[in-house]
Design a protein around this ligand. Structure first.
Ligand code: ADP
Ligand code: MG
Length: 399
């Protein structure tokens, strides 16, 4: 048996923040105004439905991105990340689309989008550290944006009340789409900013409305295990674009604004087979069955029907693998190994083509599941995956 990889630690937020403040003092030779944290996330169910105006159900991870920040008297902007080799420096007024590239664009983009919203952002020094693995499909990008957003609001002397917190979702989305140049549907930023501890966030992408759903599998001695396959989803961003385009094409052919309309008025299902070719039929079948699975999952969570929820997870994976074709051998292997070792259910999560999978596992089976997954990866000669436990954490905050 392969020894299991140790779990990625979320760390104690106050301790991580205290350490970062210390490093800030060493790097910048003064005190930061404060330290701000925003969580990564994992989506329980509702995959590839966001851009079809469906519902999804993410939970915020205890793993977050931390930002220590201080204002400057000049218009210089400095961003240093412990996850990157070199600090970056720029100037206020030159932080917009096309002016910053690479990882600093996520932070610079937030400053630019906030300023565009009328927030008087001063020059600043930032120091970033993250417990969210980068590029694992756990939304390190939104965690970075949301932590920076809180930091810059504080530097500008703006209090983040509930309405502003909701507006910051759009601010962070603009940073990612317009400055960092990465397509994002807003799910990541919404949960990172609005999550409540012990809850999943039911997000309706039709109108942006949200509902907190109590999420406490721990009370039934269950754990939500996250497995980061280490396969970069970046390499296949084209696949994501293709699926979006296919869904738009299907909606056009069906004469609906979004596939959500087919979910809400099931009579439409008749049209699907008549109008669409076999490939588009399978794509639409995933989207519509996934929308139905979200409804089922919410009911199962509320009724504490954990076995039912596990089955719903696995059905979601099969649909993503066979109908939507966004899985990959590593994700399939996690799901298969988890089932073999007694998980209640498992599925890929996020856009697919790599990234992470989740499994609902009895605590006493956690060791067996991680070992079986690690073993399967070793057998294939793949790099070992990383494991973390997802308890539902709170949204972005000042520490
Ligand atoms: P995910 O959001 O799933 O982790 P993305 O590709 O959307 O993957 O975002 C990852 C990118 O975000 C990184 O490649 C980097 O550019 C930026 N990023 C995220 N976290 C940090 C960090 N702590 N420091 C610097 N850059 C970061
Ligand atoms: Mg991201």
């Amino acid at each position: 048996m392969t020894p299991p990889v140790p779990f990625l630690a979320a760390g104690d937020p106050s301790a991580v923040a205290a350490g970062l403040v210390e490093r800030f003092r060493t790097s910048y030779r003064r005190d930061p105004l404060g330290c701000f944290m925003a969580p990564g996330r994992v989506n329980l169910i509702g995959e590839h439905v966001d851009y079809n105006a469906g519902r999804c159900l993410p939970v915020a991870l205890p793993h977050g991105t931390y930002v220590a920040a201080a204002a400057r008297a000049d218009d210089t902007v400095t961003v240093t990340s412990l996850q990157q080799d070199r600090p970056w420096q720029g100037r206020l007024g030159r932080l917009g689309p096309g002016q910053v590239t690479g990882w600093p664009a996520y932070a610079a983009g937030v400053a630019w989008a906030l300023a565009a919203d009328g927030v008087d952002v001063p020059g600043f020094d930032l120091l970033v550290d993250s417990r969210v693995p980068l590029g694992a499909g756990l939304s390190s990008s939104a965690a970075l944006e949301c932590a920076v957003a809180l930091a810059l609001c504080a530097l500008a002397g703006v209090e983040v009340d509930e309405p502003l917190r909701r507006r910051l979702v759009g601010t962070c989305m603009r940073a990612e789409t317009e400055v960092a140049g990465a397509p994002t549907g807003g799910l990541d930023q919404t949960v990172s900013l609005l999550a409540r501890q012990g809850h999943a966030l039911l997000l309706d992408c039709l109108d942006g409305s949200t509902r907190q759903v109590p999420w406490d599998p721990e009370t039934a001695a269950l754990s939500l295990l996250v497995v980061d396959t280490g396969v970069s989803h970046r390499l296949t961003e084209g696949g994501y674009r293709d699926r979006r385009a296919e869904c738009e094409e299907a909606a056009r052919a069906l004469g609906v604004r979004s596939l959500r309309e087919c979910h809400d008025s099931p009579g439409r299902l008749e049209d699907v087979k008549r109008v669409l070719d076999r490939r588009l039929c399978r794509r639409v079948r995933h989207v519509l069955t996934e929308m139905a699975r979200v409804d089922a999952a919410v009911a199962q969570i509320e009724q504490r029907d954990w076995a039912g929820l596990g089955a719903t997870f696995t059905a979601s994976h099969v649909s993503l693998r066979d109908d939507f074709e966004v899985s990959c051998p590593e994700l399939d292997a996690v799901v298969e190994a988890a089932a073999e070792a007694g998980a209640l259910g498992a599925r890929m999560t996020g856009g697919g083509f790599g990234g992470s999978a989740i499994a609902l596992v009895a605590r006493e089976r956690l060791g067996a599941v991680t070992e079986t997954v690690a073993d399967a990866f070793a057998r294939h000669g793949w790099r070992q995956p990383a494991f973390l436990e997802a308890t539902a954490a709170a949204g972005a905050r000042r520490l």
